[in-house]
Design a protein around this ligand. Structure first.
Ligand SMILES: Nc1ncnc2c1ncn2[C@@H]1O[C@H](COP(=O)(O)OP(=O)(O)OP(=O)(O)O)[C@@H](O)[C@H]1O
Ligand SMILES: [Mg+2]
Length: 311
């Protein structure tokens, strides 16, 4: 398995359970591991029964965790935008823009962009310190959108940079050489900011498409909807050249139940397992049993041990 691993999948299938147990498995195998929860519901704290914050928190030997939130990162991000704007535009315009910034900070698009930036920051700044970084993500739609951001943002930034370059050129042609508003392309603050952002987006794309660095694992259950949703998500990710390595089929029912209801359920599960084999042929498929109780810190080791067979 690669150094950076994303766990994705439909709501409630077991992404937090699998990413947390896989993180415990990694730590137990002697790898210094960081578990990053990007899910707004933040159930990582619940599983480990330990408060985890946006500061890296130690969970057990070799395992640290952090919970990051798009909402919070967006506020920090927009405050930085506010600071950089102060040097570019006049105080009157800053006041006007500030209101728009406040509105933009809470829009879903900017929360995603800020969350994405934070994820890239963790990947770039923590790869030396950790042998493995595991991401527990929010349900599929959100994650797929998040991972397609660099592609979309990249094209958008290119257009913005071009437009700004054009207007700076026009401005410098119109103003005489000593005029204070006359700037050359290299010194334009807006272009500098846009280029910095563009570099980040390019770096994100490079990381995400590197299949020796990043693995994507989908968690599903042996049911129709998670299979369909995951098949669609894989198609989208592959369009963006993000390769998906494996599928975990979580909550596999016990064999040999006497009860006719559970026997019927088990038969149905077998049909879905066949469909899973066909739909995701070529990918590693790994099955995890359903436990008689909810995932808690007490039984996380039981699931962690099973990952021995999922390399
Ligand atoms: N193998 C398992 N055996 C028993 N219960 C499980 C198992 N896997 C997950 N669960 C339970 O299923 C519920 C959902 O699991 P989990 O929170 O890991 O899913 P999720 O995909 O992260 O959900 P969300 O989309 O809300 O983030 C939890 O109550 C968890 O305890
Ligand atoms: Mg979760």
């Amino acid at each position: 398995m690669n150094k950076i691993i994303f766990f994705g999948g439909k709501g409630g299938v077991g992404k937090t359970t699998c990413s947390a147990s896989y993180a415990v498995y990694s730590a137990n195998s002697g790898l210094k591991t960081l578990l990053v929860s990007t899910d707004p519901a933040h159930s990582t704290s619940d599983i480990f029964e330990k408060a985890i914050s946006d500061e890296i928190t130690s969970i057990m030997p070799n395992l640290d965790a952090i919970e990051i939130s798009g909402e919070k990162e967006s506020m920090i991000y927009m405050n930085n935008v506010r600071k950089s704007l102060k040097n570019i535009v006049s105080p009157v315009i800053v006041q006007q823009i500030n209101r728009q910034i406040d509105a933009a900070a809470v829009s879903p698009g900017s929360e995603e962009a800020a969350l994405f930036d934070k994820m890239i920051e963790i990947i770039t700044e923590k790869t030396e310190e950790y042998d493995r970084i595991i991401f527990d993500t929010a349900p599929t739609g959100h994650t797929v959108r998040l991972l397609s951001l660099p592609e979309l943002l990249g094209a958008w930034l290119e257009t913005l940079i071009e437009k700004r370059q054009k207007s700076v050129k026009l401005m410098s042609m119109a103003l005489h050489s000593g005029h204070p508003d006359r700037k050359d392309l290299d010194n334009d603050e807006v272009i500098k900011i846009l280029n910095k952002r563009y570099d980040k987006v390019k770096l994100a794309k490079k990381i995400m498409m590197d299949d020796r660095l990043l693995s994507f694992i989908f968690v599903i259950n042996a049911e129709k909807l998670p299979i369909d949703e995951t098949a669609k998500a894989i198609a989208v990710l592959e369009k963006y050249n993000i390769s998906v390595d494996g599928i975990i089929v979580n909550k596999i029912l016990p064999e040999n139940s006497e009860d006719p209801f559970w026997r019927k359920k088990k038969e149905q599960e077998k049909i879905y397992l066949n469909i899973i084999e066909k739909t995701f042929s070529g990918k590693k498929i790994f099955k995890l049993p359903i436990l008689p109780e909810d995932m808690k810190s007490g039984n996380i080791e039981d699931i962690a041990k099973k990952f021995d067979q999922f390399k």
